[in-house]
Design a binder for this molecule. Structure first.
Ligand code: KIV
Length: 275
């Protein structure tokens, strides 16, 4: 009899210990097959509420529900064994109070098996982050361009150009780190601000439209694979053009079906030979 030893998942504590060390590699994933493919390459997989746009075709992240996040989070956890899986708390599930946030986060952890949750916001969310962390829930913060606040921010433009906004984002990141978050996403801010925040906070920063100085980087998987072509932010590097590949495959299939080339003999089940 052989016993298979599965490599243990990276923990939130281990990831927190990577401040200033080897770069932390993060990607989003929302489904089991994709999560399985990226698990080995990643330190952290985020089941982001960006799935509103990439999977469900909404034009913002606001319509996502806790049940949707839990269904996708559970699929990603089932398919992975290496990366730390973090699930986004969706809009409206945590902003009301620390207790509301705890109930949402507890459901996410219990029903998906993930390790941590992420929530957006700065100083105003610090009390909530501390509340969750004191009750055993690892929290990843998210400051700068926070998509759940798109209506208040007036769009998805990069942030931190003006001195007052820059200072506010610095205070936001510092407050979330002091509240006990194990890491901090910095999205869509001027490079020098992401660098300064990385130098200021004692936890790893994960940039997306941040700075190469951040302790790690994250990209939305559909963006980097060329699957979400509606809009490509400046900070996205397209590593493959799978969208074009899929469209070409569908065209080849359609041509074969219409020309009677598919299915061929090898794709059909031969019956018993007639005498
Ligand atoms: O929802 C998401 O995918 C995110 C990343 C952009 C960090 O929050």
């Amino acid at each position: 009899m052989s016993v298979q030893i599965r490599p243990r998942r990276l923990s939130a504590t281990q990831l927190q210990g990577r401040k200033g060390g080897d770069k932390i590699v993060c990607l989003t994933a929302y489904t089991a097959p994709v999560a399985r493919l990226v698990d080995e390459a990643c330190d952290l997989i985020l089941v982001g509420d960006s799935l509103a746009m990439t999977i469900y075709g909404f034009d913002s992240t606001l319509p996502v529900t806790l049940d949707m996040m839990i269904a996708h989070g559970a699929a990603v956890v089932r398919a992975t064994g290496h990366a730390l899986v973090t699930v986004d708390l969706p809009f409206g599930s945590y902003q009301e109070s620390p207790v509301q946030a705890f109930r949402a986060a507890a459901r996410v952890l219990a029903e998906t098996g993930c390790t941590a949750v992420k929530l957006e916001g700065g100083e105003e969310m610090a009390e909530t982050v501390a509340f969750l962390v004191r009750r055993g829930i690892p929290v990843m913060g998210h400051v700068g361009l926070t998509p759940q606040a798109v209506n208040a921010l007036g769009g998805y433009r990069s942030r931190g150009h003006a001195a007052a906004e820059r200072d506010k984002i610095l205070r936001d990141g510092t407050a979330i780190a002091e509240a006990g978050a194990f890491s901090l996403v910095i999205e869509g801010v001027v490079e020098s601000l992401a660098r300064e925040l990385t130098e200021t906070v004692p936890i790893p920063t994960i940039g997306i439209g941040g700075s190469p100085s951040c302790d790690g980087q994250i990209l939305v998987i559909d963006d980097m694979l060329g699957l979400f072509a509606e809009f490509t932010p400046r900070f996205v590097k397209r590593y493959r053009e799978l969208g074009a590949e899929i469209a070409a495959a569908a065209r080849d299939y359609a041509d074969d079906v219409r020309a009677g080339r598919f299915p061929a003999a090898e794709h059909t089940y031969p019956g018993p030979r007639r005498a």
